[in-house]
Design a protein around this ligand. Sequence first.
Ligand SMILES: O=P(O)(O)O[C@H]1O[C@H](CO)[C@@H](O)[C@H]1O
Ligand SMILES: O=c1cc[nH]c(=O)[nH]1
Length: 343
Amino acid sequence: MSRRTISQEEEIDEYPDGTVKLRNPHIELMDQDILYHLALGSESHDLVSMFGDVKFVVMGGTPKRVEQFAYYIMQEIGHKLPAGTTLLDISQYSYRYSMYKVGPVLSISHGMGIPSVGILLHEVIKLMYHARVKDPIFFRIGTCGGIGIEGGTVVISEEAVDGLLRPVLELPVLGKMHSRPARLDKKLTRELKALATAEDPYDTIIGKTMCTYDFYEGQGRLDGAFCDYTDEDKMAFLGRVHEAGVTNIEMESLSFAALTHHAGIKSAVICVTLVDRLKGDQVLAPKEVLSEWQERPQKLVCRYIKRYLQMKGRLSLDGHCGSMCVKSPRRFKLVQQESEHVD
Ligand SMILES: O=P(O)(O)O[C@H]1O[C@H](CO)[C@@H](O)[C@H]1O
Ligand SMILES: O=c1cc[nH]c(=O)[nH]1
């Protein structure tokens, strides 16, 4: 095992072969590990053959969004299903989360808020460990409120902070408060930004993301069931956090950044803004507009995945020869040159 310095404050252990290490000595002593909320288990399922080839884990709030992403990426990487079959929700009998697998891509819904995404991350990180997945990359494709930016803008998070602007996830454990740094992969963030194009009819920016425990009072809205502050208080708060560099507000990035970082997994958060909070609280855009906006983070992550697979020689430049196709060395060289900015 070697040690990799992730930051000045923290070093993490990792196996030289890139497999995910669990920071929990109890798991390997257990006869079986039941991933209860995924409806999977280390003894009941052959997790290595089911998931061993996973490279990308893409998470979003709703089952519909992750199903849509699964079909979208399937088409984009030319992944073929046996005739007459459809994608299966692998976790359907958990009645909690939905999970689809398309070649090296897992697309999973995380529900709303830090507790929901936190439980899921514990189990997905354990799934990576049991399946002996190497160097997975995690993405969250979400929605958010923007601060001073137009609806439909894509924000790639450079940092996640809590409602008090602290870049840490706090969790009471055995009666004591534990703090974990919420860090996202800076290089991955830059690589994603580089994949936005001038032809995209919307802006893609990098910004600081505030992650709250609530959609209404936690985000300073005036339209919840309760509100003990004035419009002036709200605007002063939004102005203050905007000045501190916050571009958008959502509800999972802190846990997503902290738990993936703690596991030594590269991750990024990409959200589309549904409303400019300096102009209002309610999400007023029509359903069709909201649907199109939600595709924007999916497009960016899809571009990243395609570039990665092209660079590894697992996808042709036109993206349609099958996810695991083998190309001539000359063609692969071209792909490598085009993809220099991707790991
Ligand atoms: O659209 P998703 O990914 O769920 O993200 C955002 O939307 C939900 C609130 O409407 C919260 O989960 C927030 O983080
Ligand atoms: O304002 C918003 C919009 C979507 N999601 C949030 O958490 N906040």
